[in-house]
Structures are given as structure tokens and as C-alpha cells.
Write a protein that binds this ligand. Structure first.
Ligand SMILES: *Cc1c(COP(=O)(O)O)cnc(C)c1O
Length: 412
């Protein structure tokens, strides 16, 4: 079956080692790792010249349309360790009514992925690598979508999972996590409090800690967003990427993709400006960006309707800030009110229901246009990271009594 051939064909892999994102010290491949000795995220390194010799753009194009077409850019050594739920390539939707000048606006709709969020990309890779490296039990703090993707992939891999959510995590997330086979708890704190429970429990419980960026492979999964965008834009990337930023895996992963593609000569034009979008109620990266610091501080009293980006402290802060600055981008915070308004605007104009985090990108686009930080002629990609259907929607009050004559004129 051709459509499964990315999963059934043996393809070469090129990981050489892992490297501390901060200090650059090296760690061997093919062993289980958490953070580096400096307590920072590890980045996976490849033999890029050999990789470039093993696959071409034309070969890629001919493969089935799922993330495993990028196998040579990914760390899983043996195809039988790939844990897949059908990681389709996601559409890039042109949105002409959102355009303010010649610059085209696209929504990258990540809600089409398994478990209806882009967390599937990261967790698909992290769980596949956990399987390859013999992990039997995983624990994770989550604001919802990551836990759902973990539960799905780990269950499919036969790995036991323990998931800890802030008590006000959207109900659907807590339920889907449980329904997909994880043990799940609501915790009366924020995601960093849940992270502490995992950190302190991992020794006595024998858990592998799959917190954001505390293992090396979620970034590699999120990297496929960058590979995919580059291919979808025919290797000429748009001017600006607006990304709703929580733990930052996606921002870091996409930037890593662009660097690798540049290194092998597949990208020759200028790279996009990376814009980190946060909510004013939880904007540690925006604060650090504006203050010009290398690291971010814990953001106090974090709150926002966009639960996926409610991350008051992130271990990969310096990697996000580095990508934003190297790309000549910026970090911007938007009010919850404008997030919900943006969701309504996009739904009404384009017939597309964004999740609040995705809507934050459109709110940020409008705000940045008004402030002259994005030009009307710049092409932009807005990331819609989850299905809008996973979130509470505005109530609808219309009712009709079918036993009485309908007043059709009143329906207009
Ligand atoms: C996790 C999540 C984010 C943030 O993604 P990171 O790559 O961790 O910054 C944004 N939106 C949604 C819907 C999410 O689930």
C-alpha cells in the first residue's frame, strides 16, 4: 500500500549526537536523555552532508503526504518503532479577507492532526523514541493538548502514562486524556506546579519525564512544521510566521528546521521573521524580549483564555529568544478580549473556526500591522494549533416550536 510506504520502507537515519542547547557539550545518540548537565534542553544533531546525499526534494515530493516522509531528518532509527496515528500534512489556507495589502495571509491548520492539535507532531516523535529506547512509563504535566497526544501515542505504543493538569484545564482535554488510556489528575495549581509533581515523582515511580523540552525529541517532531512549510512554499518561505508561544517547542523546532535546510542548501532565500505571540496575562517571553535578556523570568499570576499558551516559565526560553532575535522577529502580547474577537472575525469572514491560541496570532497580526511592526506587503502564516472545536464556543439561543406555524420572515 503506497499510502503507508513511509512507515514500511527502511530509510537511513543520520543522528550523530545530542548537544546542550546552551553550553554545546555533547551527549551520545541512542541513549535515553533528559536535560543536559546544565539543566537545559538537548538538541539532536545530524550528519547533514550525508543526509543531503541520501534524499532529494524530488524524492520527497513523490512520497505519501505525512510527516514520516521527512524520515531522514528525524531521529527514529528503526521503522518498527514508529508509533503512528496518521500524521497528515496540514493545509495552508489562503485568507484573502484578512489581507491588508499585497502580503498574503495563510492559516496553517494544525487542527487536522491526530488528537486535533499540533501536539501530535511532538508527541508522535517523543513516544516513538521512548519506545525505541525502552521506556515503560511516562509522566507529564500538561495544559491539555500535550497530555491528550501523549495518552494517544503512548497507549498505542503500550507505554503506561501519568498526566497532571491544572484544575481549570478544558474539560474535554481531561476527558480525552483519560479516554485514551492515561491516568489523569487535576491539580490545584499551574503547569509548573504539575511539573514539580512529575519531577519529584519520577525517582520513586520510575517515570520518564516527558515535560516540554525536558527530553530531546519533541522538538524534532515539531521541526516537521518547518520542513513542511518550506516544502509547501516551494522552498521560498513567507516573510513572517506568527506562532502562539507557550513552552516554545514549535518556534524552536521550526527555526531548527530552517537552519538544517539552509545548511544543506535547500533554502537559499531569506528566512522568515519569527513572531512569538503570547497573551498579556502570561507573557514571559515578550517581557524578556523587550528587556533584552537572554532568559525569561517566571510570569506571576498567569492567566488567559488561550490555555495552550499559559506557560509562566519555560526551560527553553533562551532558545525561543535566540530564534526570535536571529530571525529579526519580535514577541508580542495580546489581550484575551482581542483573542476572542479575532476568533469571531476569522470565523465570520473566512468560515474558519480558530482555537483561541490560533486566534491570538490573528489578533497579534492586526496589532502589529497597526503599530507598523508588520508591513502590509509582508506575507504571513498564522498557526492554528488545534481544532477550534476543542474549546468552549459562544452560546446559541435560537429555538423553534415545530408544532406551530413557523414565522419565516422572523428568521432573517
Ligand atoms: C501547546 C500549545 C501551544 C504552544 O505550543 P508550544 O510549541 O509549546 O509553544 C499553542 N497552542 C495550542 C493549542 C497548544 O496546545
Amino acid at each position: 500500500m503506497h499510502h503507508l510506504s513511509n512507515l514500511t520502507t527502511e530509510r537511513p537515519t543520520f543522528v550523530t549526537h545530542l548537544e546542550c542547547g546552551l553550553k554545546g557539550d555533547r551527549y551520545p545518540a541512542d541513549q535515553l536523555h533528559g536535560l543536559s548537565q546544565a539543566g537545559r534542553p538537548l538538541l539532536v544533531r545530524y550528519d547533514l552532508p550525508a543526509l543531503a546525499g541520501a534524499v532529494s526534494k524530488d524524492e520527497l515530493r513523490a512520497r505519501p503526504a505525512d510527516i514520516w516522509r521527512y524520515r531522514e531528518f528525524l531521529p527514529v532509527r528503526r521503522r518498527e518503532n514508529i508509533v503512528s496515528l496518521g500524521e497528515v500534512l496540514t493545509p495552508l489556507l489562503p485568507c484573502p479577507t484578512l489581507q491588508t495589502g499585497r502580503g498574503e495571509i495563510f492559516i496553517k491548520d494544525e487542527g487536522r492532526l491526530p488528537t486535533a492539535s499540533f501536539k501530535a507532531r511532538g508527541l508522535c516523535l517523543a513516544v516513538s523514541m521512548a519506545k525505541e529506547l525502552g521506556v515503560k512509563q511516562i509522566a507529564m504535566p500538561t495544559n491539555g493538548n500535550a497530555g491528550a497526544a501523549l495518552a494517544a501515542y503512548a497507549t498505542r505504543a503500550g507505554i503506561e502514562t501519568f498526566v497532571f493538569c491544572p484544575a481549570d484545564t478544558p474539560e474535554v482535554n481531561v476527558r480525552e486524556i483519560g479516554a485514551q488510556g492515561a491516568k489523569v489528575w487535576r491539580v490545584n495549581g499551574l503547569i509548573n506546579d504539575c511539573g514539580r509533581i512529575v519531577g519529584q515523582g519520577k525517582e520513586p515511580m520510575g517515570w520518564f519525564d516527558l515535560s516540554t523540552l525536558k527530553e530531546p525529541y519533541r522538538i524534532e517532531g515539531k521541526k516537521t512544521m518547518g520542513l513542511e512549510l518550506a516544502e509547501q512554499f516551494d522552498w521560498q518561505l513567507p516573510d513572517v510566521i506568527l506562532y502562539p508561544t507557550g513552552g516554545g517547542t514549535g518556534l524552536i523546532g521550526m527555526w531548527k528546521a530552517f537552519e538544517e535546510l539552509k545548511a544543506i542548501g535547500w533554502l537559499t532565500g531569506k528566512l522568515p521573521r519569527m513572531v512569538a505571540v503570547q497573551a498579556t496575562g502570561c507573557a514571559p517571553i515578550v517581557k524578556a524580549f523587550e528587556q533584552g535578556t537572554e532568559f525569561a523570568e517566571l510570569f506571576p499570576n498567569a492567566h488567559t483564555v488561550a490555555s495552550g499558551i499559559r506557560v509562566p516559565v519555560a526551560v527553553g526560553d533562551f532558545l525561543m529568544l535566540r530564534a526570535i532575535r536571529e530571525s529579526n522577529g519580535f514577541a508580542i502580547a495580546v489581550e484575551d478580549e482581542s483573542i476572542l474577537k479575532a476568533r469571531d472575525t476569522v470565523a465570520a469572514r473566512e468560515g474558519f473556526l480558530m482555537c483561541p491560541e490560533g486566534a491570538a496570532c490573528y489578533a497579534a497580526y492586526e496589532q502589529a500591522r497597526a503599530a507598523g511592526r508588520i508591513d502590509a506587503d509582508e506575507s504571513c502564516v498564522l498557526f492554528n494549533c488545534a481544532s477550534g472545536l476543542k474549546y468552549e464556543l459562544p452560546p446559541q439561543t435560537g429555538r423553534l416550536d415545530c408544532t406551530k406555524p413557523i414565522d419565516y420572515a422572523a428568521l432573517k
